[in-house]
Design a protein around this ligand. Sequence first.
Ligand code: NIG
Ligand code: FE
Length: 411
Amino acid sequence: MERLLIRDLTQLVSPAGRAAPLRGPSLGELDVIEDAYLLVEADAIAAVGRMRDLAPLGGEVIEIDGRGRCAIPGLVDCHTHACFGGDRVGEFALRASGASYEELHAAGGGILSTVRATRALDEAGLRGRVERHRGWMQARGTTLFEAKSGYGLDRDTELASLRAIRACGGVPTWLGAHAVPPEFPDGDAYLDVALAEVLPEAARIAEAADVFLERGAFDAEQARRYLTACARAGLALRIHGDQFTEGGAIPLAIELGARSVDHLEATGHEGVAALARSEVTAVLLPVAALVLGRPMPPARALVDAGAAVALATDFNPGSAFCESLPLVCALACTQLRLAPAEALAACTVNAAHVLGRAATRGRLAPGFAADIVLLDAPDWRYLAYHLGHDHVAVVLCEGTIVPAAADAPGG
Ligand code: NIG
Ligand code: FE
């Protein structure tokens, strides 16, 4: 069996314990080993510890020099829209001069302009896009990503998107209810077709279903109908909720036993308290709030109340053209009032929990997948502290070193 030893690490850092999701004070508990080693066997972590406790290893071992470097778990991005064609740089410029995201959407731009560009790609083209975006994510330390469909909104493009995401190693989510496509008079007419003609096959490819519950998209009753059908087909449930308005996403997520409710920029005290009493994870997306000039989600209140909180990029061409979880961690520490340790747990263990993978991802501990990031930094907290700098030096996915981003295939 192939073995790999990362030795003389300045620090090795992992969320403490084995529980998931981490809540309240546990979210900030990290194990930090100074002057550490990490031993990988095949695709899994075999041992971690202090250099002085490293017993001689017989046989062949590949070594990586960890001097001046800190090891953290591979980052987990549990909310992206990485399968899309085109871009929205023109809208970005319009927003910079005062146009609002909702106005652009209502005028047929926004999500629907990306739908047009995505429908123009065939499956190989979609795969090329996801591969390129995966390369960008990996270069920033993401070793596991979720990606949603939702820019096809017709049978062929939705299913091709889900297959492309899966082919690129992503965890596919069917965002069949992202927007009402122009060929339908209303959301109900669209859902009739989506549930009858797309869901049966989407449920074979995707792991979860997601809906954009918001004025101008789908209301709570439509979301309930869509999610109930998806749950019956065996999919886990997610909701884009409370991005601009509190539209009942949190009660619905709790009622239906959803994995997560994501965004929450508009969530008030009652929503915070309800989430804290529930099993639903709050996925916070501070880049979208930043880019759209929205209030930041109530992260501190959620953590203090005991809710399970995860962080993600929301990578998409409109509201969050950003694949960097280190940048998300920086925003979490400067805008969401989370400690660096809380931010790290939120985009490792808790994000893995949202994807149903917390037993094998999100920690540097024996038995976990060898998804490892080495930071060129004297302290792992540079990840969030050094704003806009790239400290990611080496990324391993299941024990294999990921080639540098420049080598990542384009699309
Ligand atoms: O999570 N809010 C809805 N969906 C995405 C944005 C998608 C887009 O603008 O293309 C989000 O922010
Ligand atoms: Fe999103």
